[in-house]
Each structure stands twice: as structure tokens, then as C-alpha cells.
Design a protein around this ligand. Structure first.
Ligand code: GLY
Length: 383
């Protein structure tokens, strides 16, 4: 079925892809409506539903690149040029972020949008954006610490905060080295991954969220968990970022320590007594009122995508592929939006930040993004 005006390809897809495509088609329509009402013209992409309304964000928001990424994935999953046209249009809106040195979120913004766009089109323009973005991100690297600084906010609380999420931004740096031959991006990514491996993890391989460093000496000053239940707790999405991040680092470097780290993080999560039988984690593994705590479908989607990839590298007999399949099935059976609801988000029941009472049990665009990526990984492995 041709879903978008102007599309020409007719490639049969399975029911799962069709369902997702119908939802995102609705999300496109809803997004365009809100964009038209936005007088400042600064809102570029959907993020969540807030008080019953679709919430759009400006390009500087860490989630701005995920919607373009969803559109690229749908193009890849369907071969339908209508999705490609929409993906191109939503990707352009993120370009100015290549100059934004005020945050570490460059990978989320630029790699999910331009990175996927480049992978699928080889556009030289996209290549230049990726390289510029990597250069900008590199300015946040501190050699004394051996890591990229994540946040600039809350300077009264942290001097040089590095969050586990930052592992995800390294993929952009690995790509920039491949595109330019300049190994400095690769070296920064590896140093960051090594520093994080040394300081972010507890003995049981759960991860703190924020490690605060002294930027002059590189010493660890604080170990915090800002978006989780408590500093000592295991915030679920943070664990998922760690699993995905070290799996990706192994793909890019073939350093066996990264593979072992990813396997250890997976073992921590799947052996945890509070991991539900459907593998869709509560928002924090140590949340006090489990089982009466919200789930985080975004963590489950990130895990599914990571596990599909991990299953291609690991020699352990841990059933990573089957676990990813189970997550996908359970997400679809229990946590997906009913067709035509949730403003077009594919999945519901994610948790953005429970401590701030923000985006609790709501759709989140990055849950949809990693779900589509996982779908693609499953499809490619089966083909
Ligand atoms: N990177 C922000 C989050 O995971 O909420």
C-alpha cells in the first residue's frame, strides 16, 4: 500500500510495519498541524503528549532528531519514496545543531537524522553536516578527565558531569573518523568509553547516571542518579543506554572488553529480581513501589535494538535474540497505541523523568525510534 502522497514504490510489508507506518502517518499529520500554529516557527519535531496535546520541540532539544530518524527507518522498511521525502524535510530542520557546542546531545540529534540520511542516500551535504557536528562535539572533550562533558546546566551541583546516555553520542564520532580518515574522533570516543567503563559502573555492572569529575585533575567528585529513584539505584533507561552503547562500541572497535561490558550489563538487567516477566522494565529497577510503578517502554525498545545487535557478536548462550523478540512481541501486545490514537505515536507507556514528574507513562518519540530500529534489525537478520 502506498501511504503517502507522491510515493511510487510498492513494496509488500508485514503487518508490523504497516501498523507502525499508519501511526507515523498520523503523527506527521498532527505534527504539521501544530507546526502551522507555531508563530515563531521554531518547533521542528514531536516529542511526547503533554496534558493531552502533542508536544513539539525546537531543534536544540535532545530529542529533535528522532522523528526524522523514524521517517528514514520507515523509508528503509517500506522502500516508499514518500517517506524519504518527509525524512529529507524533517532532517533539514536539525542542521543548525551542528554548531551547537552547548550540549553533548549531538549524536542523538544529528546521527539519528543526518546519520541515517547519509547511510541511505550518501548525500555529500549530509556528510558535511556529520563531520561539522563531530568537530563541534569534540570541543566538549577534556583530556584530563578522558571524557566528553554532558551537561552545562546545574553548575552549582556538578563541575564536569558525564552521564551514561553520553555513550550514545560516540557513534557520530566513529562515523566522522570513517568519513574523514581523521582518527582524533575515534580516539575521543574510545577514551570516553574507557573512562565511563572505569567510573560509571558498580560491582554488579549496574550504572550510575551522572559521574561528576574535577576538570583539572580528572578525579571523580560525585556519583549521582539524577533521573532515577536514588543515587544508589539503577535507572532503567540508563542501563539500556549502557547496553546499547557498549554493543555499538564493540561493533566499531572490536575491543573484547566492550563486548564483555555489554554482556555484563545485560546479565545485570535480566537477572534482576525486579525485571518483569515481559522484559519491559519499571522506570527504575529499585523503584520503591514495584509492581505499582510505571514502566519505561523506551528502555525496552532500546534494549531490544541493542540485543539484536549483541546477538550477532556474542558467543554466550544467553538467548539475546530470543529476548529481543520477546520484548518486541510484548511491546506490541501490551504497550502499543491502539490504531489512530496517541496522536500517532506507535508506543505508549514510557517514562521520561519520574523524579521531575515529567512524561510519566506517556508516548516518547525515542521509544518509537528504537522500536523501528529494532524492527529493521530483526528484519535484516531474518532476510
Ligand atoms: N538522554 C536523556 C534521557 O535518556 O532521558
Amino acid at each position: 500500500m502506498c501511504l503517502l502522497a507522491g510515493c511510487s514504490a510498492h513494496i509488500p510489508t508485514d503487518g508490523r510495519v504497516d501498523k507502525a507506518a499508519h501511526q507515523i502517518q498520523l503523527l506527521l499529520k498532527e505534527t504539521d498541524k501544530v507546526k502551522e500554529q507555531n508563530e515563531q516557527r521554531n518547533l521542528v519535531a514531536p516529542r511526547t503528549i503533554e496534558a493531552g496535546r502533542l508536544k513539539l520541540v525546537p531543534s536544540r532539544d535532545w530529542t529533535s532528531g528522532f522523528f526524522a530518524g523514524c521517517l528514514w527507518y520507515l523509508y528503509e522498511l517500506t522502500g516508499d519514496n514518500g517517506w524519504k521525502e518527509q525524512a529529507i524535510s524533517y532532517t533539514i530542520d536539525i542542521e543548525k545543531e551542528k554548531f551547537n557546542a552547548g550540549t553533548h546531545d549531538m549524536g542523538f540529534k544529528i546521527y539519528c537524522s543526518y546519520g541515517n540520511g547519509y547511510r541511505l542516500t550518501h548525500s555529500p551535504q549530509y556528510r558535511d553536516v556529520i563531520i561539522k557536528a563531530a568537530k563541534t562535539l569534540s570541543t566538549r572533550y577534556n583530556a584530563k578527565v578522558g571524557a566528553i562533558r554532558s551537561w552545562d546546566h546545574n553548575q552549582d551541583k556538578w563541575e564536569f558531569p558525564v552521564i551514561i546516555d553520553n555513550m550514545m553520542n560516540l557513534e557520530l564520532l566513529f562515523e566522522a573518523t570513517k568519513l574523514t580518515g581523521d582518527s582524533s574522533f575515534y580516539q575521543i570516543a574510545v577514551a570516553h568509553a574507557n573512562t565511563t567503563m572505569e567510573n560509571h559502573f558498580r560491582e554488579d555492572f549496574s550504572s550510575w547516571h551522572v559521574i561528576d569529575y574535577n576538570p583539572e585533575t580528572g578525579a571523580v567528585v560525585h556519583r549521582h542518579t539524577h533521573q532515577g529513584y536514588a543515587h544508589h539505584s539503577a535507572w532503567s533507561r540508563g542501563q539500556a543506554w549502557a547496553l546499547y552503547g557498549y554493543t555499538m562500541c564493540y561493533r566499531e572497535t572490536h575491543d573484547p572488553r566492550y563486548l564483555q561490558q555489554a554482556e555484563a550489563v545485560a546479565a545485570y538487567m535480566f537477572n534482576h529480581p525486579n525485571m518483569p516477566s515481559d522484559f519491559v522494565p519499571y522506570w527504575d529497577f529499585d523503584a520503591p513501589d514495584i509492581p505499582a510503578e510505571p514502566r519505561d517502554v523506551s528502555a525496552a525498545a532500546i534494549m531490544a535494538s541493542a540485543l539484536y545487535e549483541l546477538s550477532t557478536f556474542s558467543e554466550k548462550n544467553e538467548g539475546y535474540y530470543a529476548k529481543a523478540d520477546a520484548i518486541m512481541r510484548n511491546i506490541e501486545d501490551t504497550y502499543a497505541s491502539r490504531p489512530g490514537t496517541n496522536k500517532g505515536f506507535i508506543l505508549g507507556h514510557s517514562t521520561g523523568s519520574k523524579p521531575s514528574d515529567s512524561e510519566v507513562d506517556e508516548p516518547l518519540i525515542y521509544a518509537d525510534y528504537y522500536y523501528l530500529e529494532a524492527m529493521l534489525r530483526a528484519k535484516n537478520r531474518l532476510n
